[in-house]
Design a protein around this ligand. Structure first.
Ligand SMILES: NC(=O)c1ccc[n+]([C@@H]2O[C@H](COP(=O)([O-])OP(=O)(O)OC[C@H]3O[C@@H](n4cnc5c(N)ncnc54)[C@H](OP(=O)(O)O)[C@@H]3O)[C@@H](O)[C@H]2O)c1
Ligand SMILES: *[C@@H]1O[C@H](CO)[C@@H](O)[C@H](O)[C@H]1NC(C)=O
Ligand SMILES: *[C@@H]1O[C@H](CO)[C@@H](O)[C@H](O)[C@H]1NC(C)=O
Ligand SMILES: *[C@@H]1O[C@H](CO)[C@@H](O)[C@H](O)[C@H]1NC(C)=O
Length: 278
């Protein structure tokens, strides 16, 4: 009995000491490996080869969508550019070809309209025969105190574009994205996570986008990758003050812009990105 207790005591003690030694040896090594991977390997790891792949980008006529189009073009992807202003899309298409896009397609469409969203996807398929990435980026900003709004029903526009304007193209593109084991990229915003005053509708629309695409990521599993972009402050027409005003019309409100810019910059909102498979 006494001997057994002694043995157990010894083994128990040995276990703790052993565990402590393993942890002491393992943790620094694991930490070092992760550090080396993060700093030296991941930044240089070859991303997806985009040459010849087909990318549909909404809101491609200006701002973030325009510049994402150029990034895809530089990597040799074909781009289908969607927004309402055809003349601006043509200019973006020209630059994209100069930067290396083998082919471009301009599809003027208002994606808050379900039939136009469908047409945008179908025209892309008719032209290129496949779809690898959908970048649901078109969005409008609104910045005013809820109580100051004079036409509240007009703020449905924010939801119509920021939420439904992403959901409609996603719905019609999904079968093709599954076939190509493709990628959905959606532009949400840090405002969907961080409370920012005067942006109740905007941040509600982006919170809806985040929840929707996180759920979709879980539903789609490994078949289609879902990337949720969370830009902080990026200079564009949107942050230059273009947005839905108190009276519900879209226009430039420079006072609101300057105030909002201060709010955003003080919070030092940075570009973040979540990209996980379910
Ligand atoms: N800039 C930032 O700091 C920031 C931060 C976080 C998130 N974001 C998000 O990033 C995305 C892009 O914003 P941005 O800053 O690049 O703004 P932007 O320059 O105003 O671009 C908005 C784009 O959406 C298009 N668009 C607007 N209404 C449309 C409609 N009904 N149908 C189709 N396209 C439409 C616009 O083109 P047309 O007018 O020609 O249709 C334009 O190409 C938005 O979702 C925004 O919420 C921006
Ligand atoms: C309020 O906005 C809605 C939707 O944009 C519009 O149909 C309506 O005419 C506007 N009402 C006023 C009083 O401006
Ligand atoms: C959106 O903004 C409002 C007002 O600033 C804030 O109370 C709310 O928590 C924000 N929502 C999210 C999801 O961040
Ligand atoms: C704003 O939009 C106009 C017209 O689409 C475009 O010419 C201009 O370059 C845009 N400005 C920025 C800062 O993106």
């Amino acid at each position: 009995m006494a001997r057994q207790a002694l043995t157990n005591g010894f083994l128990g003690g040995f276990m703790y000491v052993g565990l402590a030694l393993v942890l002491l040896a393992y943790l620094p090594v694991a930490f070092l490996c992760r550090l080396v991977y993060r700093l030296l390997i991941r930044p240089f790891a070859a991303g997806e080869d985009l040459r010849g792949k087909v990318v549909l980008i909404t809101g491609a006529s200006s701002g973030i969508g325009e510049h994402l189009s150029y990034e895809y073009a530089r990597k040799g992807a074909c781009v289908a550019l969607v927004a309402r202003t055809e003349i601006a899309l043509r200019a973006v298409a020209k630059t994209a070809r100069e930067l290396g896009a083998p082919d471009t397609l301009v599809v003027p469409a208002d994606i808050t309209d379900v039939d136009e969203a469908k047409r945008a996807v179908e025209e892309t398929l008719a032209h290129f025969g496949k779809l690898n990435h959908l970048v649901a980026n078109a969005g409008v900003w609104s910045s005013c105190f809820f109580e100051e709004i004079t036409n509240v029903s007009a703020f449905q526009n924010v939801m119509d574009l920021n939420f439904w304007g992403a959901v409609y193209p996603t719905y019609f593109a999904l079968p093709y994205l599954k076939a190509s084991r493709g990628n959905i990229v959606v532009t949400a915003s840090v405002a969907g996570r961080v409370p920012v005053a005067r942006m109740s509708f905007y941040n509600a629309s982006k919170a809806a986008v985040i929840r929707f695409y996180e759920t979709l990521r879980a539903e789609l599993g490994p078949h289609v990758r879902v990337t949720i972009l969370m830009p902080g402050y990026v200079v564009s027409n949107l942050t230059m003050g273009k947005g839905v005003q108190k009276d519900g019309n879209v226009g430039f409100d420079e006072d609101a812009r300057d105030l909002q810019r201060v709010v955003l910059l003080n919070d030092r909102l940075l570009f973040a990105c979540t990209d996980e498979k379910a």
